[in-house]
Design a protein around this ligand. Structure first.
Ligand SMILES: C[S@@+](CC[C@H](N)C(=O)[O-])C[C@H]1O[C@@H](n2cnc3c(N)ncnc32)[C@H](O)[C@@H]1O
Length: 410
């Protein structure tokens, strides 16, 4: 099962009950921030370190000198479970789960429902760094990132201007295949400076959550198009916002010019006399196979790769693809938007000369937490897609490169 990343959030704890179980070193480290947050803290622990005891003496926390007992979490909003008794920690976790109380656990982060980020502060901003998922947990690394950011902000080596610099007009930004780290530096900068972002369903949607609240984020799929085509309505929305002097980012999946209708938008903007910048993106056609361990070329195996749209079937009059000729190529075929039609495509390729045993891989939601790869051959792919319930978006790779891999012998 793919592990999902933790969801970061800022808890506003003023006046709200927080229960801390165990008065040792962990509590000592965590309590100051909870006190600073104004939480109503109840510590339950037979003992406490001198510093924790001092907090109780100063009235910053309420201390009940006893072990954990069932019911302690009943009125808590949040709990820190940090006793040195695993059984008590487990029982408290179970209680937290029943009462829907988010619980941090000092003895086993895998069993916790919340994790504490490495935090630091700079000019009214809290920097909080969290590991993405349990497999990559490395507290030293997160603390080092926190230190680098906070120190960089303090000493000016990291520049985060308060007033945004705006570039009027529209930037057509290729957002890459989905992983937010796979957008270009330029794309990310333009996104940070945008007033309006019109985004597709594919691409780095996680980046949208990072945008400040004043940025208007528009889902391209939801732009009403009435008497226009959907694309025309998107073009009109781009023009409308840009004409209001706003910095507009049209965030697209992959590269804007690979089956992305980017040039249609660039033309509409040119006709309206609006400045347009194009920022290339990492196309899913190369990066998604790569993320699944498939090189689109490999020395001695494939000297070419062809990227094809599979959105219409080979025998459809609207198809512009010469499938019989593609069947005669020996290199790699990368098919986008082809999940629905792969059966007919495979049939056509085999009918025109490609071997039925040619390996095929389908990579669904590549570079995201939900990425999965399903393997087949040209003769089995139609069945495999159904049996494995492969769904778009997926990139389909046909050719011997599928069998290469880091440990492969091909
Ligand atoms: C309209 S095309 C846009 C392609 C995009 N401009 C690019 O360069 O990647 C959409 C198709 O790209 C492929 N695709 C895009 N992102 C993907 C991803 N993360 N995983 C798998 N396939 C993806 C799928 O074949 C999907 O149906």
């Amino acid at each position: 099962m793919a592990e999902h990343p933790a969801y970061p959030v800022g808890l506003r704890l003023t006046g709200r009950r927080v229960v801390v179980l165990g008065g040792g070193q962990v509590a000592q480290r965590r309590l100051p921030a909870l006190i600073a947050a104004g939480a109503d803290i109840r510590l339950v622990s037979p003992e406490a370190t001198p510093s924790v005891e001092a907090m109780a003496d100063a009235g910053e926390i309420t201390w009940e000198r006893r072990p954990y007992a069932e019911g302690d979490l009943a009125d808590a909003w949040y709990a820190l479970i940090a006793t040195n008794d695993t059984e008590a920690n487990t029982a408290a976790s179970a209680e937290g789960e029943r009462h829907h109380v988010w619980c941090v656990r000092s003895d086993d982060a895998d069993l916790a429902t919340a994790w504490t980020p490495a935090t630091g502060h700079s000019e009214g901003v809290t920097v909080a760094v969290l590991t993405t998922d349990a497999r990559h947990r490395d507290p030293r690394h997160t603390a080092a990132i926190r230190d680098a950011v906070v120190e960089g902000l303090r000493d000016g080596t990291l520049v985060a201007p308060h007033r945004r610099t705006r570039t009027p007009g529209v930037a057509l930004v290729g957002g890459g295949p989905g992983d937010p780290d796979l957008i270009t530096v330029r794309g990310r900068r333009l996104l940070a400076e945008a007033d309006v972002v019109i985004a597709d369903r594919l691409g780095p949607r996680d980046l949208l959550a990072e945008l400040p609240p004043h940025v208007e984020v528009i889902d391209a799929a939801k732009i009403p198009y009435g008497r226009f085509m959907a694309q025309e309505a998107i073009n009109n929305a781009l023009i409308e916002h840009a004409e209001q002097g706003k910095a507009v980012v049209r965030l697209k999946g992959g590269d804007p010019f690979v089956f992305g209708r980017g040039m249609e938008e660039a033309r509409a903007l040119a006709e309206a006399g609006i400045a347009c910048t194009v920022v290339p993106g990492i196309s899913s056609s190369i990066s998604v196979p790569g993320a699944a361990g498939i090189p689109v070329t490999h020395r001695g195996v494939a000297h070419e790769f062809t990227v094809v749209s599979g959105h219409v079937a080979p025998d459809d009059a609207r198809s512009l693809v010469d499938w019989p000729s593609l069947a005669k190529l020996t290199g790699t075929l990368v098919i986008l938007m082809g999940v629905d039609k792969i059966g007919r495509i495979a049939e056509t390729l085999v009918a025109h000369g490609r071997s039925p045993g040619t390996p095929v891989a389908l990579v669904q939601e590549g570079t995201t937490a939900a990425q999965r790869r399903v393997d087949a051959t040209l003769s089995t792919v139609a069945e495999v897609v159904v049996a494995e319930e492969v769904r778009p978006p997926a990139v389909i790779v046909v050719g011997e490169v599928v069998a290469v891999g880091p440990h492969g012998t091909v």
